[in-house]
Design a protein around this ligand. Structure first.
Ligand code: ADP
Length: 336
C-alpha cells in the first residue's frame, strides 16, 4: 500500500509529463498530442478520484451512518496508509461512543429500577406504621387485646426502616468508592470463634444449632478489614438463620490454604432453587419476598457481602439445593 503523498505526487507527475510530452509533439503530430494531453488529464483525475475522492466519500458515509445505531457501519479503507489509519481511528471512536451510550442507558435503567425499589421498600413499613397508628388513635388504643401488639408492630417497622437505611447508606458508600477499607493483619481463628459465640443467641432463639468447624489449635493471620469481614460473616450466618427451620444446623467452616483461608457458612435450611442462584447477589433480589420481609430482610445483605468480598480481592460462591441447604464460600488472603 502506498502513502497518500506518493499517490498525489504520482497523479501530478503523470499530468505534468503528459502535458509536457503533448506540448513537445504538438507541431509534428497535433492530433496525437491533443489525445495524449486529454488522456494524461483523465488518467491523473482517475488516480485522484480513486485514491482521494472515493476514500473521502467512504469516510463521509461512515460518519453519516453513525446517526442511528441501526445504520451504523464500520468501514475499512485500504487505498493508502493515511486513509487506513483514519478509518481505523474513526471506527474505534464510534465503537467506543456506541458502547458508552449503551452503558449509560443501562446505568440509567439500573438507577431508575433502584430508586423504584428503594421507594417501594420505604413505603411499605411507613404505610403499615401509619395504618397502625391511625387504628390506635381511632379507638384501638383502649382495646387491651390489640393495643400492645399494634405498638410492637409499629416499633418493628421503625426497626426495619432503620436497618434498610443503614444498608442503603452502606451500599451507596461502597459503590461510590467512599467507603475506605482499613486493612490489617488479624487472627481469623479467634475472630471466627468470637462471631460464632455472639451469633449463638439469635440461632438458639430459633432453635438452630450453630458451630465452628476447623483447626482452632493455632493462630492464622489474614490480611483484611476486620469490621467489614465481620459484617460479611454475620450477614451470612444471619441469612442461614432466617432461611432455616427449627432443629436445622449451621456450620462455619474454615480451611487454611497456601496463600489464603477459605471460609464457608453452610446451613441445612430451605435452600435456593437453581434459577435464583445467579441473581441472589443483586440488590433487592429475594427468592421469597414475604419470608424475607417477615424475617426483617432488606434484600441488600448479599449485595453488600459481595462488594466487601470483592474489595478484598476475593470471590464469593454459593451452592444450594432446595430442601437440603445452602453453602456460601469466600476466602481471605494471608498476604498484602
Ligand atoms: P434478605 O435481606 O432478603 O435476606 P439478602 O441479599 O441477604 O436479602 O439475600 C437475598 C435472597 O437470597 C434472600 O431474600 C433469600 O431468598 C436468599 N437467601 C440468602 N441466603 C440464603 C440461605 N442461606 N438460604 C436460603 N436462601 C437464602
Amino acid at each position: 500500500m502506498y502513502s497518500l503523498r506518493f499517490q498525489l505526487l504520482f497523479s501530478i507527475v503523470a499530468a505534468a509529463t503528459g502535458t509536457v510530452v503533448a506540448a513537445s509533439l504538438f507541431n509534428s503530430t497535433p492530433l496525437f498530442s491533443a489525445a495524449l494531453f486529454i488522456f494524461s488529464i483523465i488518467f491523473s483525475y482517475g488516480v485522484l478520484y480513486f485514491f482521494v475522492v472515493k476514500p473521502f466519500r467512504k469516510i463521509a458515509s461512515l460518519v453519516e451512518s453513525q446517526k442511528t445505531k441501526e445504520t451504523a457501519q464500520r468501514v475499512v479503507i485500504e487505498t493508502s496508509d493515511e486513509f487506513l489509519r483514519l478509518s481505523d481511528t474513526l471506527n474505534t471512536i464510534f465503537d467506543s461512543f456506541r458502547s458508552d451510550i449503551s452503558r449509560m442507558k443501562k446505568l440509567e435503567h439500573v438507577r431508575t429500577e433502584f430508586l423504584g425499589n428503594v421507594s417501594h421498600e420505604l413505603r411499605t413499613p411507613i404505610f403499615s406504621t401509619q395504618g397502625l397508628l391511625e387504628t390506635l388513635l381511632s379507638g384501638a388504643i383502649d382495646d387491651k387485646k390489640v393495643n400492645k401488639d399494634f405498638v410492637q408492630k409499629a416499633l418493628n417497622n421503625t426497626e426495619r426502616l432503620n436497618s434498610l437505611l443503614g444498608e442503603l447508606i452502606d451500599i451507596s458508600r461502597i459503590e461510590s468508592g467512599e467507603m475506605k477499607l482499613r486493612f490489617r493483619f488479624f487472627d481469623i481463628v479467634l475472630f471466627l470463634q468470637n462471631i460464632v459465640q455472639e451469633m449463638q443467641i439469635p440461632a438458639s432463639q430459633r432453635k438452630i444449632q450453630l458451630k465452628l468447624d476447623g483447626d482452632v489449635s493455632k493462630q492464622i493471620d489474614v490480611y483484611g478489614d476486620k469490621d467489614r469481614l465481620q459484617q460479611v460473616i454475620v450477614n451470612l450466618i444471619d441469612n442461614a438463620i432466617k432461611y432455616s427451620e427449627p432443629n436445622d444446623m449451621i456450620a462455619v467452616h474454615f480451611v487454611e490454604k497456601k496463600d489464603r483461608v477459605e471460609v464457608s457458612v453452610e446451613d441445612t435450611g430451605i435452600g435456593i432453587a437453581p434459577q435464583h442462584l445467579p441473581r441472589i447477589f443483586e440488590r433487592f433480589y429475594r427468592v421469597d419476598r414475604d419470608r424475607s420481609r417477615e424475617m426483617g430482610g432488606t434484600g441488600l445483605g448479599l449485595a453488600i457481602v459481595k462488594h466487601i468480598v470483592e474489595a478484598h480481592d476475593a470471590e464469593i460462591k454459593v451452592t444450594s439445593d432446595v430442601g437440603v441447604g445452602s453453602k456460601f464460600t469466600f476466602w481471605v488472603n494471608k498476604q498484602v
